[in-house]
Each structure stands twice: as structure tokens, then as C-alpha cells.
Design a protein around this ligand. Structure first.
Ligand code: PLP
Length: 410
């Protein structure tokens, strides 16, 4: 039987009595606590350790923001609020979730094309910084500020001419729906200042899911060079610069974690070389999946085991409606296997090749294709790792009338 490798299981997961443990609690106990499968479990230990390691590697001058679109679960937001320096939201809905989690409005920035007037109004009245995506958005924000009698806080999202090499999703370089082309930015910033709005600086986001430190370093160096150039053209220093993010996590066989020490050292050198015009500028990065992705595990129960043409299929009560990315249908070209395990036989020797599928009536619903696993039967629990980002929030939960999975922070 052909076998396909699965991705690397993230560090920090151990076994207790032969069972996967998350935050010191076994998978079956977690399912019992939640009352049912499928279930997303997010580990607060993992989140805390991740942010601490990142801070240890990055220059002190760099603030760390959480870009929350990968995981807006309220308990995760509340926990992250105690760990990071700011939140980046990308819709009015995310803004409300951040506020409900207790995030201070002055620590929130709001990016995203197509902000509606009511979203701009809400953000401006709260004192949230808008990462302006176009000249038109700036004019609407200025007009809304005048109507409300509140000075809007406006940063400009720059569409850089470069992108993040080797990144999963390109968000800069060439024609894009995001940000304002770099050469038009000085004119727009001058317009913001003349209009009496508070200019908050730049937001420059060039891509996502890069594992190569060299690629991230090159992007950060290019970003800082662009900031220097724009600052000179404007003749005023940006109070704040969001350098973007793009740090990826290993999902697939052969993937290696980002060398954050190398990135931090290079960024420290780049900060040291900045001109005096940027001495008082605050810098941040905005990370989503890097902070939360590996902290999450998706647990689903096997409801059927069947053989077709000699191949074993383990059919679960979960599927792509919670795990679109693991099924290979969220921005991937070639389907490869995420890290998976039989949670109640964690660490047991693999005995057979089996495909783990979901309960949806579509052949796309595959959680793992021909993986080498311990023998599993009806009632056993499957764990899909790297489920902390773009799982629950980026999957079509209502497909086939299935509904959402349970979620829990431990
Ligand atoms: C999606 C997005 C992020 C987060 O991306 P991750 O890959 O989860 O780190 C950050 N900033 C912007 C502008 C985004 O669109």
C-alpha cells in the first residue's frame, strides 16, 4: 500500500498513558469536558511560550501585534490581550470581537479593503487607527471625522513593489486590491496632514506563511528601505510603522520552523542602521498563524471504518467544514498531509496505511491521505495539529448543514 508522509507534529505535545495530552489534559478528558466532538482545543501554555520565545528573539524596539483573523475565538483573544502589544483587525466584526475581549481601542489598528462607512464611523469614534487602503477611503474617513467632530487616526497601507519570497499568499508586488501604490503614498500622507487628521504612519504587508528566515529578512530590509524613502519624500517622520508579518509555521513533510533568532538579529542590525529621521518611530510586526497556529489541535471521532479496493478509510465526525486548509482546499495547489495522529494511541507504532476523511458528501473532504498510523477503530479520536489558525474561522461550517465545532482554551 503506498504511504504518504504527514507533516511534523509541533513541539510541546506529550502523551499521558499513551494518549495525546494538551495543556496536561488527555484528549479524551478534553472531549468529555467539552461534551462532544469535533472540538478545537487551544493551549494557553503554547500561546504564552510562543510569544515569550518570539520576544526573546526580536529586538526590544519591536512591538508584537496579533493579527486576529486566523483565530478570533473570544477566550483566545482575551488571553492574547495579556500577551501582545496590539491587535490588528480586518473587519468591523473583528473590531467588535476585540473590544468584547477587552482590547484597548488605542491598541487596535484596522486594515482591510472595502471598509463601509459605518465601520469607519465606529473605528473613528473609538480612536482606533485605520490602516487606510485607498485615497477614497481617506476622503471618507476625513468626512466622517468632520461629521463626528473627532480627529481620525489614519495610517496608510502601502502596496510595496516587492513581495515576500516563498510565501503562501502574496499580498504585495504589482497590481493589488490592498493598500496604495508606493509612489502615490507621499501625496496621500500630505493630504491626510493638510486635512487635519492624525497621521499615524505606515502599514506595509508583503505576504504570509514564509518559513525561510532569509526571505523574511530580505522583506524586512526592503520594507525599512521603503520607509526611509517615503519618510524623505514626505518630509515628516512616521510615528508608527507596521512592518507586516509573514512568519509561517511548518505544516507539511520537510517543512522547518522559521529561524527567529536569525530574523531578530538581522532586524536589530537594520534598526541600528536607520537614519535619525526614524529615531522616534515605533515599529511593530503583526502575526497571526505564527502566534496561534501550533497552539491548536482539532479532535474528531472515528464513526466508521471501511475498506474500499483494499484501502482503509477512517471516517470521522469532522471534516473540511472545520478544516478547509488541512483538506487542501484553502490556497494550496498540491494537497499534502497536515500533521495528524490517533489521539488515544499517541506515540504507538504505526501499523497500517489509512486515509482519514470527514463526514461530508464530497471527495474533497480528506483530512489525511494514506497516512501511516496505528490501527484505529470506531470510537478512536483523531488529532489534526496546526489547527489554531484558519481552522474554525476560515472553513465553511454550514456546508451540508453540519454547523460549527466546539472550541476550548485550556
Ligand atoms: C492575514 C493577514 C495577517 C495574518 O497573516 P498570518 O499568515 O496569519 O500571519 C496579517 N496582516 C494582514 C494585513 C493580513 O491580511
Amino acid at each position: 500500500m503506498p504511504m504518504k508522509a504527514t507533516g511534523p507534529i509541533p513541539a510541546g505535545y506529550s502523551s499521558i498513558n499513551g494518549e495525546l495530552a494538551i495543556g496536561g489534559v488527555t484528549a479524551s478528558a478534553l472531549v468529555e469536558r467539552a461534551g462532544d466532538t469535533p472540538l478545537f482545543v487551544y493551549s494557553s501554555d503554547h500561546l504564552r511560550q510562543r510569544v515569550a520565545d518570539l520576544r526573546g528573539a526580536m529586538p526590544q524596539r519591536l512591538a508584537i501585534h496579533y493579527a486576529m483573523k486566523g483565530n478570533p475565538f473570544p477566550a483566545v483573544l482575551e488571553y492574547m490581550n495579556g500577551l501582545v502589544d496590539g491587535f490588528d483587525v480586518a473587519s468591523g466584526g473583528e473590531l467588535e470581537l476585540a473590544l468584547a475581549a477587552g482590547v484597548e481601542p488605542s491598541l487596535i489598528s484596522f486594515a482591510g479593503p472595502g471598509k463601509r462607512d459605518r465601520e469607519l464611523e465606529r473605528a473613528i469614534s473609538l480612536g482606533v487607527t485605520l490602516n487606510s487602503e485607498s485615497e477614497g477611503e481617506v476622503e471618507r474617513a476625513v468626512a466622517i471625522g468632520a461629521k463626528l467632530g473627532i480627529t481620525p487616526r489614519l495610517a496608510v497601507r502601502v502596496n510595496p513593489s516587492f513581495d515576500l519570497k516563498g510565501s503562501g499568499m502574496k499580498m504585495g508586488g504589482g497590481a493589488k486590491q490592498f493598500g496604495v501604490d508606493a509612489e502615490r503614498v507621499p501625496t496621500l500622507v500630505k493630504r491626510i496632514i493638510v486635512a487635519g487628521a492624525k497621521w499615524r504612519g505606515f502599514h506595509i504587508y508583503a505576504g504570509s506563511q514564509a518559513l525561510s528566515a532569509d526571505a523574511i529578512i530580505a522583506m524586512q530590509v526592503q520594507t525599512l528601505a521603503l520607509v526611509v524613502e517615503l519618510t524623505a519624500a514626505i518630509g515628516e517622520s512616521p510615528p508608527h510603522v507596521n512592518l507586516g508579518g509573514g512568519f509561517g509555521i511548518p505544516y507539511f513533510p520537510g517543512d522547518e520552523p522559521v529561524d527567529i533568532k536569525a530574523v531578530g538579529a538581522a532586524l536589530g542590525d537594520a534598526f541600528d542602521a536607520l537614519p535619525v529621521s526614524l529615531t522616534d518611530t515605533n515599529f511593530c510586526i503583526e502575526l497571526g498563524r505564527y502566534l496561534v497556529g501550533e497552539a491548536g489541535v482539532y479532535l474528531t471521532r472515528i464513526v466508521d471504518r471501511k475498506i474500499s479496493h483494499g484501502e482503509v478509510f477512517l471516517i470521522t465526525d469532522g471534516g473540511l467544514h472545520h478544516q478547509l486548509a488541512a483538506s487542501g482546499n484553502f490556497g494550496t495547489v498540491i494537497r499534502r498531509n497536515y500533521p495528524v495522529a490517533i489521539a488515544n494511541k499517541f506515540g504507538a507504532e504505526p501499523e497500517e496505511v489509512a486515509s482519514i476523511v470527514g463526514c461530508l458528501c464530497t471527495p474533497l473532504d480528506k483530512l489525511s491521505d494514506q497516512a501511516h498510523l496505528p490501527r484505529a477503530d470506531v470510537g478512536d479520536l483523531v488529532a489534526v495539529f496546526c489547527a489554531g489558525a484558519y481552522g474554525a474561522s476560515a472553513s465553511p461550517a454550514n456546508f451540508l448543514g453540519q454547523g460549527s465545532a466546539k472550541e476550548m482554551l485550556i
